[in-house]
Design a protein around this ligand. Structure first.
Ligand code: 5AD
Ligand code: SF4
Length: 474
């Protein structure tokens, strides 16, 4: 799944009762971790915890970790080193600070974390977050808790739904996990081991959660899953639904104006999902569809189970029904055995597809994955040189895409205050941040704007009429 910037639980500090306890959550990695962090915060609210974004004030620090690449776990261990010092400092002042590690590093490392970082009180994997309050009570009684069972169905049944006030404070866009885990077993990837087998949440649970989000003022919902387009479930009509059918149903919820989904696997783009791109105006014309490499040899070694030509043909099919679709992707350079020619094939594929945005990484060996047993590792300096070339090309494409937007009239969802007073930032249908002069009271509105200029990472726009296309429900 796409990596996102970490998000602090700012704005959720609702009341300052004297005996409330404070939790500081630091989120690493992908959007699913952002979603999980919010659900954990909601689950802890019942025990009197409010979120804080001031680390020094926290009675509980939770690191929601990512294991996708090597450096991600190392970052966690160095953060734990700093927390150990803070915990000691607090203890000297007679204050307790508990430390919990959640997320994919927790799942992968388990008790090893307690060994390497003795200041940690609690290790909890992604499938057991509903047990967090109880695990915390055990940790408070002196037990060093490790909860890493796979019990994913329980998790979704027992985690509290998004809280209305907190959802409102979080803004007009929201994530909604509909699917978790992965059965694809790409040979480089730890996800099938950290998030477990593919599980789809039932339709009724998803609709209930989406209605709650809409009721709290959310206008745009991004459906999340490691393999979101493999989602399936029994519809109210008794038939098996795929993501296309689910999107149709979600688009009918009053207040929901925009839908997105991420991350998709090329093998799971079925006809009904492609038809949804044609038929549903609420479904934004932006698709994150990773391919990882443009070389068929490497795709095979990665166990992606499709070729570059099949991927290109698939994109052509989707673009035939949705010509303004913008693409985003993920790439790995330096997978074991990747030759100069394989890498050239990746560059050629990028040239052919033309990405609006993309994420690219050096291959990083993950223990326990089949890739870790491959001997033909690519030297670090070769990986670095390839990544630089690929990223230069992707940045050029991203700029070109932004430039093409200048002069266009688009719908803009106004999300939050901008950097300058009197400005708001919104998102274009293609997920680009757009700066515009607008009033705070317009947050949640979708307005028609003309793009006037393209900056490095965002666009600038002016409103073309004051009439809103939709506003926040009261
Ligand atoms: N090394 C480098 N990149 C990886 N990704 C996943 N596993 C690895 C790895 N071992 C990248 C893929 C995936 C994205 C979320 O992270 O590109 O799509
Ligand atoms: Fe990892 Fe491949 Fe599953 Fe994506 S599809 S989560 S890359 S194993």
């Amino acid at each position: 799944m796409t990596e996102h910037m970490t998000r602090m639980p700012a704005g959720e500090l609702i009341s300052e009762r004297p005996n409330t306890r404070k939790v500081f959550v630091k989120t690493y990695g992908c959007q699913m971790n952002v979603y999980d962090s919010d659900r954990m915060t909601d689950a802890l609210a019942k025990d009197g915890y409010v979120a804080t974004d001031v680390l020094e004030d926290a009675d509980l620090v939770l690191l929601n970790t990512c294991h996708i690449r090597e450096k991600a776990a190392e970052k966690v261990y160095s953060a734990l080193g700093r927390l150990r010092d803070l915990k000691k400092q607090h203890a000297a002042e007679g204050r307790e600070m508990m430390i919990g590690v959640a997320g994919c590093v927790a799942q992968a490392e388990g008790a090893e974390i307690l060994r390497r970082a003795p200041a940690v009180d609690l290790v909890i994997g992604p499938q057991t977050y509903h047990r967090l309050p109880e695990a915390l009570r055990r940790a408070k009684n002196g037990e060093r808790v490790v909860e890493t069972d796979y019990a994913i169905e329980d998790k979704f049944e027992h985690l509290p739904a998004p809280d209305k006030a907190k959802t409102r404070a979080r803004g007009v866009t929201a994530f909604l996990t509909v699917q978790e885990g992965c059965d694809k077993f790409c040979t480089f990837c730890v996800v099938p081991y950290t998030r477990g087998a593919e599980v789809s949440r039932p339709v009724s649970q998803i609709l209930r959660e989406a209605e709650k989000l809409a009721d709290a003022g959310v206008r745009e919902i991004t459906l999340l899953g490691q393999n979101v387009n493999a989602w399936h479930g029994e519809g109210p009509d008794g038939r098996t639904w795929g993501l296309g059918e689910l999107l149709h149903c979600l688009a009918k919820i009053p207040g929901v104006a925009r839908l997105r989904y991420t991350t998709s696997h090329p093998r799971d783009m079925d006809d009904s999902l492609i038809a949804a791109h044609r038929d549903l105006p609420a479904l934004m014309p932006y698709l994150h569809l990773p391919i990882q490499s443009g070389s068929d040899r490497i795709l095979k070694a990665m166990n992606r189970r499709h070729t570059a030509a099949q991927y290109i043909a698939l994109i052509e099919r989707i673009k035939a029904v949705k010509p303004d679709l913008a693409l985003s992707g993920d790439f790995i350079v330096g997978f074991p055995g990747e030759t100069d020619q394989d890498f050239e094939d990746t560059l050629r594929l990028v040239e052919t597809v033309g990405y609006a945005q993309a994420f690219s990484f050096k291959y990083s060996t993950r223990p326990g994955t089949p890739g870790a047993d491959l001997t033909d590792q690519v030297p670090e300096d070769v990986k670095t040189a390839r990544l630089e070339r690929l990223q230069a090309l992707l940045v050029r494409q991203q700029r070109a895409f932004a430039e093409q937007c200048v002069g266009k009239t688009i719908d803009l969802l106004l999300e939050k205050p901008g950097r300058m007073p009197g400005q708001l930032v919104g998102r274009s249908p293609w997920l680009q941040p757009v700066n515009i002069d607008a009033k705070t009271s317009q947050i949640g509105d979708i307005i028609s704007v003309r793009i006037t200029a393209a900056g490095n990472n965002s666009l600038f726009a002016e409103a073309i009429n004051v009439e809103t296309l939709g506003s926040l429900p009261a």
